[in-house]
Design a binder for this molecule. Structure first.
Ligand SMILES: Cc1cc2nc3c(=O)[nH]c(=O)nc-3n(C[C@H](O)[C@H](O)[C@H](O)COP(=O)(O)O)c2cc1C
Length: 321
């Protein structure tokens, strides 16, 4: 067994959520610059792609990271134990500090593949995947939901996972069926915590869903005495969400983050893996908001084709304001 980074985290610790096409090496660095969480995850990576000659190239961008991001956990998805074993051994060699298995994704394509949240319906396979992943020697964690369709059955699934002796359990406090359409079930945390204390006191418990920022997370951690807080979409409203004090941020501070994202996009495209420009556009609304002329500026930027075109428009804005 290699070092277990989960044991070195503060209490409570803050993690940036894995988010496909969002939490890549570029955006993680922007968030680290704004206000760094204690732990990073990659976006999820399909084990079948990773293990196939045809698909491996598609996983490289998702798994790219730099030394200053350690400890970083790779998140994987799929449903074949042999692939999980093979992939996690490679992840150990690549320098990842742990492997997180996605057992919560409600996306139709993933569920049809009998992966992600579909594993809630095949608990024996879920356990086999964990066992296979552990053969890498890396600590294994799980990110899941409360259950498949019924909220009143959460304890059956969560108890099963807790019995697998994992390093950390992150629970997105909704069922698969609820997607993100209802509020997170914070009211269940005390019962979940009791179950964790009974079955697996050595397993860390992280909660996720609708947590806005560090202050909100600290309130929940204090109220429920949990180990970790994971924040995802809160970063879309406030990229400074992990800062230790709530402070207002100026337009220029937000635009500085956008400029950093542009620079890192170019830098890591050269140094690590080439990255496409168009997906960058989805980030504009994170930085360009709530100031006079924000929507016009966003609209203008949607027509750009290169990072230099974006920079030119931002420079013009600076010169005229
Ligand atoms: C754009 C997007 C991509 C996501 N991709 C992943 C993923 O790759 N792996 C995963 O476990 N969860 C993924 N999620 C779910 C988040 O990690 C998180 O569980 C969910 O958004 C609820 O937390 P939040 O309210 O803090 O965002 C994704 C969510 C979003 C919005």
């Amino acid at each position: 067994m290699q070092n277990n980074p989960w044991n070195d985290l503060p209490k409570p610790f803050f993690a940036m959520a894995p988010m496909e096409a969002v939490s890549d090496v570029v955006f993680r660095h922007v968030i680290a610059y704004a206000a760094k969480p204690d732990l990073f995850f990659t976006e999820f990576v399909n084990a079948s792609s990773f293990c196939s000659e045809k698909g491996i190239d598609s996983t490289k961008g998702r798994l790219a990271f730099t030394d200053d991001e350690r400890p970083i956990i790779a998140q994987i998805w799929g449903n074949k134990p042999d692939e999980f074993a093979k992939m996690s051994k490679s992840l150990a060699k690549m320098g990842f500090a742990g492997v997180d298995i996605n057992m919560g994704c409600p996306d139709k394509a993933v569920v049809r593949n009998l992966s992600g949240s579909a594993l809630i319906r095949t608990p024996e396979l879920a356990a086999e995947l964990i066992t296979a992943t552990k053969t890498s020697g890396l600590p294994v964690s799980i990110k899941t939901r409360l259950g498949d369709t019924r909220i009143d059955q959460w304890n059956i699934w969560i108890a099963h996972i807790l019995k697998q002796n994992i390093a950390n359990l992150t629970i997105h406090l909704r069922t698969r069926k609820e997607m993100s359409k209802v509020g997170a079930h914070f009211e269940l945390i005390p019962e979940i915590k009791k179950l964790r204390d009974k079955i697996a006191p050595q397993t860390l418990l992280t909660i996720n869903g609708d947590i806005r920022d560090r202050q909100h997370g600290l309130e929940l951690a204090k109220q429920y005495n949990i180990d970790g807080i994971m924040i995802g979409r809160g970063l879309f409203n406030n990229p400074f969400a992990f800062e230790t004090k709530r402070t207002g941020h100026t337009r220029d501070e937000l635009l500085q983050l956008l400029n950093l994202q542009l620079d890192l996009h170019d830098k890591y495209s050269i140094e690590l893996e080439p990255r496409k420009f168009d997906p960058l556009k989805r980030f504009f609304k994170i930085y360009i908001r709530e100031f006079n002329g924000a929507s016009e500026l966003r609209e203008k930027l949607m027509h750009t084709r290169t990072t230099d075109e974006v920079r030119a428009i931002l420079k013009e804005l600076n010169a005229t304001s």
